[in-house]
Design a protein. Structure first.
Length: 444
């Protein structure tokens, strides 16, 4: 019996649906079996160097700010910025006329005090002789002098002695005034306190020098630095300062010398953080806390200057031929006891029975947590394996446990590692490392 048109149309639609479903199922199966393209690398021993990088400025180990102890107008400056000076060399002259006059006045006062002292001494000696005669007459018993006269002589002698002591004190005071006036006059000439280079000279002839006790910034006349020992003073974050030790070797890059690297050693680590407004308000602030670290350069260039910008790379630890993995290979996964785990050294792809896998772990009941690890590849399957890491070099982490030499791991790309799941199929990128199982790697 011939089929109706409606029946034929139904069969055609059914075939189409079955065909589309088959295509979709086949595509899904292919997608499940599709291997992710990754970069592979064999685990191998490497020399690793852990460093801490910090920035700061160049400074002299010893520098002195020259200020004035008196106030006066600058009449001459004997040096220029950048000049080399010797200790004791004349630097600057302040107008001495005011202090010359003060010295003359002090000398006159001293002369007057000394004249008064001579008169007081004469009066004292005369009063003492009169007292001695009065007492001698009194002892003779001839009634030639009354007791009242003896008492008056005693009083006169005591007053004369007191006047003499007062004149002596006044003379000493006048002498001190002369010394002070002479010192102030001497302070009008400023000499180099150390040998070095004039690295800062912010004043000109005609300006008024003020005492440093009023304002250190305004009182600064010049700065002399001894450039025989050069430091790089850098600021290290609180999370890194505990890694640094005295004597650690350092490589220093100075912006003014872009093609040269200088060697040095850590010679000072501060015990307290830098005092800044952010530090004082650290209880309410999230600003980073920095510590000062001083690095002494071994052979600084002859034309180096303070305040140049510098970056120090401080070597905190080294490892010779340590097992290492690329930093990019380390990732974090929610990890528990997996059936594919538990054979940390089984990288040859040897299978296990379902019973032994079940006995090893029960992922449904195990508590998971974020764990650092890498993806180990065997026979095209990437398996997440937790590892314990040590120091960090520039490109590689030290591996303390979890891997062995020759294990093949996924070393890139970053996107592939981020999206990779445990037991995923992978294939090596062109020019990548081994694809099937481990292969011993040489050291580098």
């Amino acid at each position: 019996m011939p089929m109706s048109r409606k029946t034929k149309l139904g069969l055609i639609i059914g075939f189409i649906v079955i065909g589309v479903g088959g295509v979709i199922a086949l595509s899904a199966a292919k997608s499940r079996n599709k291997a992710t393209e990754v970069r592979l690398e064999a685990v191998a021993p490497r020399d690793l160097t852990a460093t801490v990088t910090a920035s700061g400025r160049i400074d002299a180990k010893r520098s002195v700010d020259v200020t004035s102890d008196i106030t006066g107008r600058i009449t001459s400056i004997a040096v220029k910025e950048g000049d080399l000076v010797r200790q004791g060399q004349l630097l600057l002259q302040i107008d001495p006329s005011q202090y010359t006059a003060e010295l003359s006045r002090a000398n006159a006062l001293l002369a007057s005090s000394e004249a008064g002292l001579v008169q007081a001494r004469a009066n004292k000696d005369q009063a003492q002789r009169s007292l001695d005669r009065a007492k001698e007459l009194q002892r003779s018993g001839n009634s030639l002098i009354s007791n009242e006269q003896v008492e008056q002589a005693q009083t006169t002698s005591d007053v004369s002695a007191a006047n003499y002591n007062a004149a002596m004190a006044q003379t000493n005071q006048a002498r001190a005034g002369v010394q002070q006036a002479r010192d102030n006059l001497n302070r009008t000439r400023l000499y180099a306190p150390i040998s070095g280079r004039v690295v800062r000279l912010p004043v000109e002839v005609g300006e008024v020098a003020v005492q440093g006790t009023f304002s250190r910034d305004n009182a600064l006349l010049m700065t002399i630095a001894d450039l025989s020992t050069i430091l790089a003073k850098v600021h290290v974050d609180e999370t890194d300062v505990i890694k640094i030790g005295m004597g650690d070797s350092v490589q220093i890059k100075i912006d003014a010398y872009p093609d040269t690297s200088f060697a040095g050693r850590v010679t000072m680590i501060s015990n307290s953080a830098q005092i800044t407004s952010g530090t004082l308000q650290s209880a309410q602030s999230t600003q980073a806390v920095d510590f000062d670290v001083e690095v002494t350069l071994n052979h600084p260039p002859a034309d180096i200057r303070p305040d140049l910008s510098a970056t120090a790379k401080i070597v905190t630890d080294t490892r010779k031929q340590a097992l290492a993995v690329p930093i990019i290979a380390l990732t974090v996964r929610q990890h528990g006891a997996m059936p594919t785990e538990g054979r940390a050294t089984d990288t040859l792809g040897a299978g296990r029975t379902a019973a032994s896998a079940h006995a090893a772990a029960k992922p449904d009941s195990a508590k998971t947590k974020e764990t650092e690890g890498v993806f180990v590849v065997a026979h095209g399957i990437a398996t997440f394996r937790p590892v314990k890491i040590g120091i960090a070099g520039e490109e590689y982490f030290e591996v303390l446990s979890g891997l062995q030499v020759g294990d093949t791991i996924v070393a890139g790309t970053y996107q592939a590692i981020r999206d990779l799941k445990d037991s995923s199929r992978v294939r090596p990128m062109q020019g990548s490392g081994p694809a099937n199982g481990p292969k011993p790697a040489g050291s580098n």
